[in-house]
Design a binder for this molecule. Structure first.
Ligand SMILES: [Zn+2]
Length: 423
């Protein structure tokens, strides 16, 4: 750097009249490669500088985020249970989930585990007194446990492996939410019965263990209410918007992290799903998927406003963006905040604008077509193209939904695939 530039600051590279980078100064000082990098950084001279924790969408430091930075992402060793999020999301007493976490981590004090820790005890199962006790035997294979499962009438998977992790993974794949809730109650109470056998030399009859589990489940539900799947909320919102009668806009962003390039795709339909119009375009470079989603929303709303619409219901599958848009606080310190502010300004300029969160499966059409914009140099304006898209969406959306469900982390049985598709 030339001596004359010592002490210079970044604001010297910005034209304060236009609020943009001063291209002439940048071209004088930097190489071509650096010029492109500098110009790709969005600027907003009207916002004051503030501290920002990189890696958090809100720019706020948390101990959790700091820990992740130091430790890195958790990588599950092969063969271990890896669907913890699914387990933590189950609405049930925390002690049931913690118990299942201990079982899946194989840290329950079964006789086999205690002997491995060099505790001198009798290795036989305290319930049946025949086999050596491990987690799978205690909770599933033991004759006593089998009788409790029989009492419950739950359609738990048949045993194909002596591995509790495999059994549990199969169980949560085939059972519905209500049955998973009951299954966790039964697992917890089987272990309680086992502890009675160890510490009190007393084993309740299987029917009583099932009765206790069922009673605990019913009591918890009575206090905490029934489980409310997220999709119900979306459906209620759909019903509310149907009363208003405003058109619906499905929008989505395409994002390539490697090149930081992003696109927007929006489809406008009537309440009953008839195609009205569609729009796609490239977005400025984005630094995160959330930034791409927020810019996509801003561009989609601008497009809707340009069409002269005064009321709209925006459908997104990005829960973070939806939360940001319905939140009144503005504690966001990142590039995302600029587009969120712009979206809120656009929303307030319409007569009516609501944001509805929908499952990713219901936004697959918009998501798939967002990627089309990567290969387009300019927005597609021919009506014939978009009419063809509307037809394609009607024909292929069910197929894309089924492929998504099958390819998803949650491996559903065909019955569930059919059920999801009907929703
Ligand atoms: Zn046993």
């Amino acid at each position: 750097m030339p001596d004359v530039l010592n002490g210079s600051i970044v604001s010297g590279l910005i034209d304060h009249n236009t609020g943009m980078w001063d291209l002439a100064i940048i071209q004088d000082i930097f190489t071509t490669a650096d010029i492109d990098r500098i110009l790709s950084v969005p600027i907003s001279p009207h916002h004051e500088d503030s501290w920002y924790w990189y890696g958090d969408p809100k720019g706020c430091y948390t101990v959790k985020e700091g820990y992740r930075r130091i430790i890195g992402d958790v990588v599950n060793p092969p063969g271990t249970y890896d669907r913890w999020l699914h387990l933590w999301k189950v609405k049930c007493p925390a002690k049931w989930k913690i118990f299942v976490w201990r079982a899946l981590s194989n840290i329950l004090p079964t006789t086999t585990n205690l002997i491995l820790k060099r505790v001198e005890i009798d290795p036989t199962c305290p319930m049946c007194g025949i086999y050596h006790e491990n987690v799978m035997h205690s909770l599933v294979l033991c004759e006593y446990s089998r009788l409790i499962w029989h009492e419950s009438s739950l359609h738990v998977p048949s045993v194909i492996d002596d591995d509790f992790n495999v059994w549990f993974r199969n169980a949560i794949s085939v059972l519905n939410k209500e049955d998973i809730f009951v299954m966790l109650a039964v697992l917890y109470h089987i272990w309680r019965a086992r502890n009675h056998a160890v510490w009190d030399a007393f084993l309740p009859v299987p029917a009583r263990v099932w009765w206790m589990a069922n009673l605990a489940a019913a009591a918890w539900k009575q206090v905490h209410g029934t489980q409310q799947p997220q999709q119900h909320v979306a459906h209620e919102a759909v019903a509310a918007s149907a009363q208003i009668g405003s058109p619906i806009c499905h929008f989505d962003a395409g994002y390539y992290p490697r090149t930081k390039s992003a696109t927007v795709r929006a489809v406008l339909t009537t309440q009953i799903g008839d195609f009205i119009a569609a729009f796609n375009a490239r977005l400025p470079p984005c630094f995160s998927p959330l930034m791409a989603e927020s810019l996509a929303c801003k561009e989609a709303l601008s497009w809707i406003k340009d069409r002269g619409l005064a009321a709209i219901t925006m459908y997104t599958d990005c829960s973070v963006l939806k939360d940001l848009l319905v939140s009144s606080s503005s504690e966001l310190f990142s590039y995302v905040s600029y587009s969120v502010d712009a979206i809120k300004a656009l929303m307030s300029s319409l007569l009516s604008c609501s944001v509805v969160l929908i499952p990713r499966t219901q936004n697959q059409g918009a998501h798939t077509l967002a990627t089309v914009a990567f290969s387009q140099e300019a927005p597609i304006v021919q009506l014939a193209f978009w009419q063809g898209v509307a037809l394609c969406l009607k024909v292929f959306t069910p197929l894309v939904n089924v492929l998504y469900i099958v390819d998803h982390d949650k491996k559903s049985s065909m019955g569930f695939v059919y059920g999801d598709e009907l929703m």
